[in-house]
Design a protein around this ligand. Structure first.
Ligand SMILES: *Cc1c(COP(=O)(O)O)cnc(C)c1O
Length: 408
C-alpha cells in the first residue's frame, strides 16, 4: 500500500469536506463552473511569501518564476507580494505585461530566445539573462537598431550544481547559461558596448529539500559571483542567486528548513566581499511559492473492479496533472498527496487506484491509496497542484481541453 502523502498545511475541513478559504470542495467546484478544476488559495500565497520573508535577510529580494503558475489572477496577486519576476519566453512576457507586472522588475532567462522575443523584451525594458555569446550579439544588434540600450545580465553556467535537486540546471555541459570561464570576457564586451549592465544570474537546480545543500549552493554562488566580479573588474549591479527550494510531495519528504537557510545567508551577508557590497541580491522561486497553494479537484465518473482491484475513474488526469501521474521528470512513480475531497473527514477503509479518463496506462493519479469509501459523483483532491500543473500538462491530448482555474 502506498500512503496518501503529506497534505500541505492550511487545508481545512468543513461539513465533512475539504475546504479552501472557507468554501467546501462542492462550493469550489460550483464557483469554478465545472470539473476538473484547479483551486489556488490567495491566503496560502500571502502566508507563504510572508513566512519566507520573515526567515530571510531583509536585503534579499524574492522573485517569482512565473513558469510554475502563470494564471493571470495568481500573477496579479503575486505582484503585490514579491520584488520581481522571472520569465522564460515571449509568451510569458505577454502574460506578465497583461497581468500588469512592472517590466523593470522582470528578467528573462531561457535558451533559444528568438529575435522577436529579444526585441519585445528590450522595448519593454526587461532585463535579458543572456544564455550564450550569440544571444548577446543579437541583443546588442537589436538594441543598436532600436537605438535603445538593452538591459543585459549574464546567466552563468556554474561548474557546481545544487546537491539533491530534482532537476540539475548547472554543472558540466548544459544548454543553460555561459560557462563560467567565458563570463568575464563577455561581461567586459557588454560594459564597453553601452548596454546597461545588469550583472549575473546563477541558477543551480530545482526541487531541493535539504537546507545544507541549499546553503552550500548559495555559498558557492556568492563565491563565484565575487570571483567573476573581480575578473570583470567592475561592480556587480545585481546578482540573481537562483533558488531551488522544493516542496514535500512524498511521505519521507521534509519541508525545507528556511530558518536555517536564512540564518546562514544572514551570516554571509554580514561579511560580503567588496565586489558584492552594493549588489542588489535576490533569489528566484517558483514551486516553493505556489506549489502548495493549489489543489486539483476531479470528479469520479466510474467505480469499477478488475481482478480484485478497485478503480476510481475520474474526469481529470494526466492532461492536467502530468507531474502527479509521474510522467514529468520522475523516475519512479509515487503518489502525490491526495484525498477524497467530499469525504475529507472520514476514515480510510479501502485500497483503490485512482486513474484519469485518458485511454493510456500512464494516466494514474494514485496507486493503491488507502482512502475512505468513494463513489461516482465524489470529488478527488490532488494536492501540490499549484505549480507545474495546468500549464505543464498536455491539455489538448485526446481532445480533453483545459481544466477550470480559480483563485479563492
Ligand atoms: C524553472 C526555473 C525556476 C523555477 O524553478 P522552481 O523549481 O519552480 O523554483 C527559476 N529559475 C529558472 C532559471 C528556471 O528555469
Amino acid at each position: 500500500m502506498k500512503a496518501v502523502g503529506p497534505i500541505p498545511a492550511g487545508y481545512e475541513t468543513k461539513d465533512g469536506q475539504l475546504a479552501v478559504g472557507g468554501k467546501t470542495a462542492r462550493q469550489l467546484v460550483e464557483r469554478a463552473g465545472r470539473t476538473p478544476a484547479f483551486v489556488y488559495s490567495r491566503d496560502h500565497l500571502t502566508n507563504r511569501v510572508a513566512a519566507l520573508r520573515a526567515a530571510m535577510p531583509k536585503r534579499l529580494g524574492i522573485n517569482y518564476a512565473i513558469k510554475a503558475n502563470p494564471f493571470a489572477p495568481v500573477l496579479g496577486h503575486m505582484a503585490g507580494l514579491v520584488d520581481g519576476f522571472d520569465i522564460a519566453s515571449g509568451g510569458e512576457l505577454a502574460l506578465a505585461i497583461a497581468a500588469g507586472l512592472d517590466p523593470s522588475k522582470i528578467s528573462f532567462a531561457g535558451p533559444g530566445k528568438r529575435d522577436a522575443e529579444l526585441e519585445a523584451a528590450i522595448r519593454k525594458g526587461v532585463t535579458l539573462n543572456l544564455e550564450s555569446e550569440n544571444e548577446a550579439r543579437r541583443a546588442l544588434a537589436i538594441g543598436e537598431r532600436l537605438q535603445f540600450a538593452p538591459k543585459l545580465a549574464i546567466r552563468v553556467n556554474p561548474s557546481f550544481e545544487l546537491r539533491g535537486s530534482g532537476m540539475k540546471m548547472g554543472g558540466g555541459a548544459k544548454p543553460f547559461g555561459i560557462d563560467q570561464d567565458r563570463v568575464p570576457d563577455l561581461a567586459r564586451q557588454i560594459l564597453e558596448s553601452g548596454a546597461e549592465w545588469r550583472g549575473l544570474h546563477i541558477f543551480t537546480g530545482s526541487q531541493a529539500l535539504g537546507a545544507d545543500a541549499l546553503i552550500e549552493a548559495q555559498a558557492n554562488v556568492l563565491e563565484l559571483a565575487d570571483q567573476l566580479a573581480r575578473d570583470i573588474g567592475g561592480p556587480l549591479p545585481k546578482l540573481n542567486m537562483g533558488g531551488g527550494f522544493g516542496i514535500p510531495y512524498f511521505n519521507k519528504d521534509r519541508p525545507v528548513d528556511v530558518a536555517s537557510i536564512g540564518e546562514a545567508l544572514e551570516a554571509r551577508f554580514a561579511d560580503l566581499p567588496a565586489s558584492l557590497a552594493d549588489t542588489d541580491l535576490c533569489i528566484e522561486l517558483g514551486r516553493y511559492l505556489v506549489g502548495e497553494a493549489g489543489v486539483y479537484l476531479t470528479e469520479i465518473v466510474d467505480r469499477k473492479e478488475s481482478y480484485g482491484e478497485t478503480f476510481l475513474v475520474c474526469d481529470g488526469g494526466l492532461h492536467h496533472q502530468l507531474a502527479a501521474s509521474g510522467n514529468f521528470g520522475t523516475v519512479v512513480r509515487r503518489n502525490y498527496p491526495s484525498a477524497i475531497a467530499t469525504k475529507f473527514a472520514e476514515e480510510a477503509v479501502e485500497i483503490v487506484d485512482i486513474v484519469g479518463c485518458l485511454c493510456t496506462p500512464l494516466d494514474r493519479l494514485a496507486d493503491k491509496a488507502h482512502l475512505p469509501r468513494a463513489d461516482v459523483g465524489d470529488l478527488v483532491a490532488v494536492f501540490c497542484a499549484g505549480a507545474y500543473g495546468a500549464t505543464a500538462s498536455p491539455s489538448a491530448f485526446l481532445g480533453q481541453g483545459p481544466a477550470a482555474e480559480i483563485l479563492i
